[in-house]
Design a protein around this ligand. Structure first.
Ligand SMILES: Cc1cc2nc3c(=O)[nH]c(=O)nc-3n(C[C@H](O)[C@H](O)[C@H](O)COP(=O)(O)OP(=O)(O)OC[C@H]3O[C@@H](n4cnc5c(N)ncnc54)[C@H](O)[C@@H]3O)c2cc1C
Length: 392
């Protein structure tokens, strides 16, 4: 017998949608081309899944329509997901800034979703390739490697393009276009930035050096968190966050001393310790190799008394807005998310239903809603999946 609902993609959004629809008594089948569902959940948060963020607000998302996510996020909050996690006895902790992680393993989140799906009678089929989707009367006809199928409601939860080795595909975007939806340009988000030429030469041998807290600024947004130099460029949470706002060729400015008036600090140190070398002083506030490199590159390596007050003032200002010219990003191979996607103009913010094709829904990362680093992307997957699950 054909199901009422077919969900294409058994990731975070698809499984949530399936279990909610199943609980309403809908007959639901989930199809996934991968050999198991929830692969990104398994690899997320370093294997411990940062499954939500207590501080989630619509402001934590990028979208051409910043209002679109409001309704779904308001109707399925982090506390709703926490209640589910607690119902399944999964231990968790807050790491920092509202980020909730499993104590033991992200496998428990996948297990929880699969148990809920099983209880709701959801049929999950893996290693299933969808070869064709056609409109068929009021519903849809699918040709798949598991045979022909039909349904009244079709939910596209096939995710974005990041980490192709984990089953990511452009399926959802192609299908959206075919059914008359606009798809906004996609690009890698939450991704390390790469440097090239002389810009890379300045830092490449700092690979592995980490600064616990900087403020990284792009033209549109600033984030305070850690920075890591890599052999190809810069990474760490502050850079991943800023990467989603960064445009190719744009300079990222780093405040290496976000809690310090650096010019005043340097001036006071000159008074107190005139014979100290600038490099030694900076090593108190920054990793030694970085302090040394900044001095080699621009500041010089002299005792403080040999710097004029105005020169130290200038060095202080540059430490608070150090320019790094990034040429590109590591791309979808390592990106945590895909920016852009199915234009929200064509969707109902309440149900995720297509405005063009009755019975068609888009949820999760395939939609042009992208969260910051810190559990926001899963919260969008749960919330949008829940919204569609109540409507299909
Ligand atoms: C390394 C990494 C770590 C992350 N860590 C976190 C974190 O800790 N917290 C957080 O909030 N977010 C995290 N994210 C982001 C988060 O994983 C995604 O935003 C989220 O999984 C999106 O959910 P989704 O259901 O829309 O898509 P996905 O979870 O990607 O699921 C899509 C599903 O569709 C299937 N599929 C794709 N194409 C087809 C097709 N053609 N036919 C059939 N099936 C198909 C895929 O196999 C997959 O199972 C991380 C991402 C990565 C890559």
């Amino acid at each position: 017998m054909n199901p009422d609902v077919i969900v294409i993609g058994g990731g975070a959004a698809g499984l949530m949608c399936a279990l909610i629809a199943g609980q309403r008594g809908r007959r639901v089948t989930v199809l996934d081309h991968a050999n198991r569902v929830g692969k990104k959940i398994l690899m997320s948060g370093g294997g411990r899944c940062n499954f939500t963020n207590l501080g989630t607000t619509p402001d934590n998302y990028l979208s051409a329509n910043p209002h679109f996510a409001k309704s779904a996020l308001a109707r399925y909050t982090p506390h709703d997901f926490i209640a589910l996690v607690e119902k399944h006895g999964i231990a968790y902790h807050e790491k920092e800034r509202g980020q909730l992680f499993c104590d033991v393993s992200s496998k428990l989140i996948v297990r929880m979703l699969l148990d809920e799906c099983a209880q709701a009678g959801v049929d999950i089929r893996t290693s299933c390739t969808i070869e064709d989707v056609q409109r068929d009367g009021d519903g849809f006809a699918l040709r798949t490697t598991h045979g022909p199928m039909a349904c009244a409601s079709l939910v596209i939860a096939s995710g974005g393009l990041s980490i192709p080795s984990m089953g990511a595909s452009g399926f959802g975007y192609d299908l959206a276009r075919r059914f008359g939806h606009a798809v906004l340009p996609t690009r890698a988000g939450l991704v390390p930035l790469t440097l090239s030429g002389k810009h890379l030469d300045r830092y490449s041998d700092l690979s592995g050096v980490a600064v616990p807290e900087v403020e990284a600024r792009s033209a549109r947004k600033a984030f305070r968190a850690g920075l890591l130099f890599t052999h190809r460029g810069i990474s760490g949470p502050s850079i991943l966050q800023v990467s989603s706002y960064w445009q190719p060729g744009e300079t990222v400015h780093i405040d290496f001393l976000p809690d310090t008036d650096a010019s005043a600090w340097l001036g006071a140190q000159r008074e107190a310790h005139p014979d100290r070398e600038l490099k030694t002083l900076l090593s108190e506030a920054l990793p030694k190799r970085l302090a040394q490199r900044l001095c080699e590159l621009e500041f010089g390596q002299r005792p403080l008394r040999q710097y004029a007050v105005a020169a130290l003032d200038d060095i202080g200002r540059r430490l608070k807005a150090w320019p790094i010219v990034a040429s590109g990003s590591e791309g979808y191979r390592t990106a945590e998310v895909t920016l852009g996607g199915v234009d929200t103009d064509g969707l109902s913010s309440k149900t995720m239903a297509s405005r063009h094709v009755p019975g068609l829904y888009f949820i999760g990362e395939v939609v042009d809603v992208t969260g910051w680093l810190g559990g926001y992307n899963f919260q969008w997957a749960w919330a949008s999946g829940h919204a569609a699950g109540l409507a299909v």
